[in-house]
Design a protein around this ligand. Sequence first.
Ligand code: UDH
Length: 274
Amino acid sequence: MESIFYRTNPDCHPGPLDIKFAYNMSLLKIISQNPNLQPGGHSRPKYCTALQKIAIIIPFRNRESHLRTWLYYMHPFLQQQQADYGVYVVEQTEDTLFNRAKLMNVGYSVAIKDYNYTCFIFTDVDIIPMDGRNLFRCSDNPRHMANSVDKFNFKLPYNDIFGGIVAFTKEQFIKVNGFSNVFWGWGGEDDELFQRVVAMGMKVERPDQTIARSKMISHKRDPGNESTGKSFHLIKKAHERLHKDGLNSLIYTIISITSHKLYTKITVDIGNGE
Ligand code: UDH
């Protein structure tokens, strides 16, 4: 079976991976390359019991080719890491401003009812790790795993950055009351999440920057994800909203939950912020 690991390392040891984006791969090809997946994009190691049960949550709208790329690289990546995991693609329906953070909260709320997950990894659809040693796992503190991205020259653009890929245990995510629901359009929700982590007495852990090297698919700002310019003011009041805006105030309507071979698709109406 061809996989990113066989292609780059015949002994299948984890290490640097050869990530080359190609947007024309078919879902059928990806399915045929992952014969051990269970419906809904679930997998668990065959010969051992994983210590963590991991839900991967992806916010989504109109990024089909990016999703195919993510699935192509990430299923082999996660299986090679012996992960017990399921993939949840949370699609915002309506033609209103995108709300990445609220979709993450919905993904958590649906996944937690699906399986006894202990770890939640919230990832953008367009970031692919470049090293098999970058373990997709939770830790004693929330983790920021996109701390070495090619777009930012493999450096942190600023210290409090907490976007791209983050990992929380169930307890950690409940402790911060999830993401804020009030960030419509681009930006700010990840910075506010950082504030929540610190306010609740935790710190952000990051993997070694060499191992965490990741590639981001370059793209233009999506229509419907414009910046409203309100983020800065919202973040200034992050502490005031922490306990009343988040998982405990989440309102949404599920349109459908569909079990695909490579992922579970949650289509949701999250309103329009009014
Ligand atoms: N997304 C969609 N459809 C959209 C908009 C966003 O699926 O129309 C999802 C997708 O998973 C994407 C994620 O939301 O990867 C984030 O949106 P983005 O790709 O526009 O964000 P951006 O590339 O993020 O700008 C770069 C890192 C931000 C640095 C931290 C700033 N605080």
